[in-house]
Design a protein around this ligand. Structure first.
Ligand SMILES: C[S@@+](CC[C@H](N)C(=O)[O-])C[C@H]1O[C@@H](n2cnc3c(N)ncnc32)[C@H](O)[C@@H]1O
Length: 321
């Protein structure tokens, strides 16, 4: 495996904004729930102070290895765990932390590697798992689900209007013994929606996104992870979450609305600048929400009117892959 400079492989979205949002306290402890290639952790550790430590998580062992190599210069100020982020609190042994960041979704490294089977570009196995914490692959999912369940997944997680004929065709391909690779899955979608056309969104995009979200239980993971953050943060601690599509962002927004122990800092979610989008086109749909854990004594269980209005105001745009 050729190891390229991580900073060249993946451009960290909202690197400076997340770094500046999380507290920089002497002896502070921060958590990076989505290490990826370690971009956010590196920014936090480099900023300091020297006594600040970061605990990082990723369910993908390859990402973990790369991030750990990149951050090895920080010695015991950094530790990493291979785990789905819904389980992060187990590794804190009751310690409370000053800040938590999560940069949701998959990395370019995962999307661009045909062996992971997440993309219709290039042929790969029908896998789509981010890590080895689940046995279910896209191959087994399309066999296990009934046609109507598969259609529901494709509709709900892919916002795909042709979900029913696509599910029917996938099941037919399974029966005919030709549903083993990403190419087979893409062909099933193309046989319903037509072949890809230049400059247009590939018709297979939504179906691939939907199956990947289902295989990795991405939305359930986010809900369980968010629920654990209020307990893990010290009063005054900061939560920063970057979402890449409306399904993710909606969960974050509703969590912050319902969980009265957070005070929202970003009245509107931050969006990347034009320059950041030029540098990294995948940043286009990113939204950053920042919230502060309030003191338990100050917690009255309700958002102030301003906050509620701001959260209400954000329109949920359609799911983008
Ligand atoms: C967008 S990348 C993070 C990039 C990172 N911030 C950087 O600057 O390099 C998202 C990472 O989160 C990981 N991830 C996504 N969902 C996860 C989950 N539920 N549990 C643990 N890791 C997860 C993915 O494996 C991926 O490596």
């Amino acid at each position: 495996m050729e190891l390229r400079d991580p900073a060249q492989v993946h451009v960290t979205v909202f690197r400076d904004e997340v770094r500046d949002a999380l507290p920089a306290r002497e002896g502070g402890l921060l958590v990076d729930l989505t290490l990826g290639l370690g971009g956010h952790s590196e920014a936090l550790l480099a900023r300091g102070p020297e006594s600040l430590r970061v605990i990082g998580f990723d369910r993908d062992p390859e990402a973990l290895a790369r991030a750990s190599a990149r951050l090895s210069g920080f010695g015991d100020r950094f530790e990493a765990h291979e785990s789905p982020f819904s389980q992060f609190a187990r590794y804190l042994d009751g310690r409370k932390v000053d800040g938590i960041c999560a940069d949701l979704g998959v990395s370019s490294l995962q999307l661009d590697d045909p062996a992971r089977g997440m993309s219709f570009r290039g042929e790969g196995p029908l896998d789509m798992r981010m890590g080895r914490d689940t046995d279910e692959t896209a191959w087994s999912l399309v066999r296990r689900l009934r046609e109507n369940e598969l259609a529901d997944v494709i509709y709900q997680y892919g916002d795909e209007r042709a979900s029913r004929p696509i599910a029917r065709t996938i099941k037919r391909f399974v029966t005919e013994g030709r549903m083993d690779s990403t190419r087979d899955l893409a062909d099933a979608v193309y046989s319903v929606l037509g072949r890809p056309r230049p400059m247009k969104l590939d018709p297979a995009t939504r179906t691939f996104q939907a199956l990947r979200i289902a295989v990795n239980d991405e939305l359930g993971e986010i809900e369980r992870m968010l629920a654990a953050t209020a307990e893990a943060l010290k009063p005054g601690g900061v939560l920063a979450v970057i979402a890449f599509h409306s399904l993710e962002d909606r969960i974050v927004k509703h969590f912050l609305r319902g969980e009265g122990r957070f005070k929202v800092v970003t009245k509107k979610p931050l969006e990347p600048s034009d320059a950041a989008c030029r540098e990294n086109p995948r940043a286009r749909s990113a939204k950053l929400r920042i919230a502060r854990r309030v003191d338990d004594a100050a917690f009255d269980g309700a958002l102030d009117d301003d906050e509620d209005a701001a959260l209400d105001d954000d329109r949920d745009d359609g799911a983008s892959p």
